[in-house]
Design a protein around this ligand. Structure first.
Ligand SMILES: Cc1cc2nc3c(=O)[nH]c(=O)nc-3n(C[C@H](O)[C@H](O)[C@H](O)COP(=O)(O)OP(=O)(O)OC[C@H]3O[C@@H](n4cnc5c(N)ncnc54)[C@H](O)[C@@H]3O)c2cc1C
Length: 473
């Protein structure tokens, strides 16, 4: 990766590398941006990537400060199978995956296979009770929030009403759903909550972190770090992109991959303004919040399960911990608050947030000793993300994801929120980057009348010759 910030080199002029090759600016060096840049670079385009952070990866962030890799953003490959567009690369790199579920996991949210539930007094909850609380799959024709749907079901079917511990387990179940969407149940759309396409093969934790994958994709690309784009000007035969310090870059086209939260904040000015249908998509889709509070302990003192859950009277009061010891052998638990709880915890200092997570753990394991180190993510207040990932809010049409992806003149859009099928996922982001690159290639070369000269960017993937390394302990 060439990262440089030499002002004199900042003007990317079409044709400056090879007289004939068209030029593209990719904005954002997350999975979608790097996928688009890689594909266009390999198709002989001149490409530069402008990235606001001082690192690549975006919402993929592998931290090494504990002495071993821990992902503070994405950590699962959703769909451990050859159909997953990232499988060939992960297989070739020999990166191990730890599968936390098969296709039919115990609870609806796909990533639980072994877990232990406790009440607030530290007493274990029977698993039989968990399976009896699956009342939220009842049918409704009009859209409403998941919260409302559950109340209606329980009003209509008093026999399903739960009391005492069973009611608390239901709240935990809702808490897990909120974690999946990174949003509160009173905003999640009943119509769309289970419309998501899931690749087969279950869910595999990237045992050594996601970073090696994006580092490999980024090799040899011209990536300019610490350059925040503030304005994108488009005209009939090109784009001019301005960054915070006033420098400009010009090219034939641009691929915009900044997160939906950043687009919503209007901190990038589009000139001329984006059409109404595009603004409607930006405003209409939801961005949720999920964070990780990673606690590293001296020793392992918890049960040998994948998840530890705490049930409570409300989903806000429930919590869960991912046991990373199972996958990595490091004595680490990751606490993962979502929705309002995550927003409230972002208002605290790192120390207070880590202490909150530890107190939740103490409730169920009173003899727990404090963590020796901790890491706290803040995806909501980070100006480079302004949220964790997108989701369907009640009443918004699902085609908004497609509208978000649709190009506007020579501006192409990619990123997890532009994926119709794999919203909120790394492989979804990656795939949209490839699609944007191909659309961009077609459009730019159509104008140049040189369609045959450049390689297609979405050529058939080479079949996986190296199998994925999957383990379970
Ligand atoms: C806590 C958490 C857990 C997750 N867990 C999983 C998981 O287990 N599995 C999974 O598949 N997915 C998971 N995801 C989602 C996954 O991380 C994202 O879907 C994916 O990484 C998004 O990639 P992207 O390219 O669309 O966006 P990003 O990775 O956000 O890339 C966009 C880039 O644009 C840059 N940028 C922003 N503003 C500007 C600007 N003005 N100028 C220039 N650059 C700018 C950003 O710095 C960033 O690098 C998780 C996300 C979070 C936050």
């Amino acid at each position: 990766m060439d990262s440089q910030s030499n002002k004199s080199n900042r003007h990317l002029q079409a044709g400056s590398r090879h007289a004939a090759s068209p030029s593209v600016i990719v904005i954002g060096a997350g999975f979608s941006g790097i996928a688009a840049a890689r594909a266009l670079h390999d198709a002989s385009f001149q490409v530069i990537v402008l990235e606001s952070r001082d690192r690549i990866g975006g919402r993929v962030r592998t931290d090494y400060s504990l002495g071993f890799p821990v992902d503070l953003g994405a950590s699962w490959l959703h769909g451990v199978c050859n159909e997953n567009p990232l499988a060939p690369l992960i297989g070739r790199l020999g990166l191990p995956l730890y599968r936390t579920s098969e296709d039919n996991s115990v609870l609806y949210d796909h990533d639980l296979e072994s877990y232990a539930l406790f009440d607030m007094e530290g007493k274990k909850v029977s698993q039989e009770l968990v399976s009896k609380t699956d009342v939220i799959r009842q049918d409704h024709s009009e859209d409403m929030s998941m919260q409302r749907a559950i109340s209606i079901v329980l009003e209509r079917r008093p026999d399903l009403r739960l009391e005492g511990l069973a009611q608390k387990v239901l709240q935990w179940y809702i808490c897990r759903m909120e974690g999946w969407f990174a949003a509160d149940a009173d905003t999640i759309s009943l119509k769309n909550w289970d419309q998501e396409q899931l690749l087969p093969g279950g869910h595999g934790l990237m045992v050594r972190g996601y970073l090696p994958v994006i580092n490999t994709l980024a090799k040899g690309l011209d990536i300019r770090l610490s350059l925040r784009v503030t304005e994108i000007f488009r005209h009939h035969n090109g784009v001019k992109v301005t960054v915070e310090d006033g420098s400009t870059f010009v090219a034939d086209a641009a691929v915009v991959t900044v997160p939906l939260g950043v687009l919503k904040s209007n901190c990038i000015k589009f000139e001329p303004r984006l059409p109404a249908w595009k603004e409607e998509a930006i405003n209409g889709l939801g961005v949720g919040l999920e964070n990780k509070i990673v606690m590293h302990f001296e020793t392992v003192f918890w049960p040998n399960v994948e998840f530890l859950g705490v049930v409570a009277d409300t989903s806000y009061g429930c919590s869960y911990f991912l046991n990373l010891h199972k996958a990595t052998e490091h004595s680490v638990l990751a606490y993962m608050p979502a929705g309002q709880l995550a927003r409230d915890l972002e208002k605290m200092s790192d120390e207070a947030a880590a202490n909150f997570a530890f107190m939740q753990l103490k409730r169920i394991l009173p003899n727990a000793s404090p963590p020796i180190q901790y890491l706290v993510s803040r995806w909501g207040s980070d100006e480079n993300s302004l949220g964790s990932y997108s989701y369907d809010i009640v009443g918004t049409p699902h085609d908004l994801f497609e509208k978000l992806r649709t190009p506007v003149d020579n501006l192409f859009f990619a990123g997890e929120a532009t994926s119709m099928d794999y919203t909120g996922a790394v492989h979804g982001a990656y795939y949209t980057g490839l699609m944007a690159a191909e659309n961009c290639r077609m459009r730019v070369l159509e104008r140049y009348g040189e369609l045959d000269l450049f390689q297609p960017v979405m050529c058939e993937e080479v079949p996986v010759s190296v199998p994925l390394l999957i383990s379970r302990m």
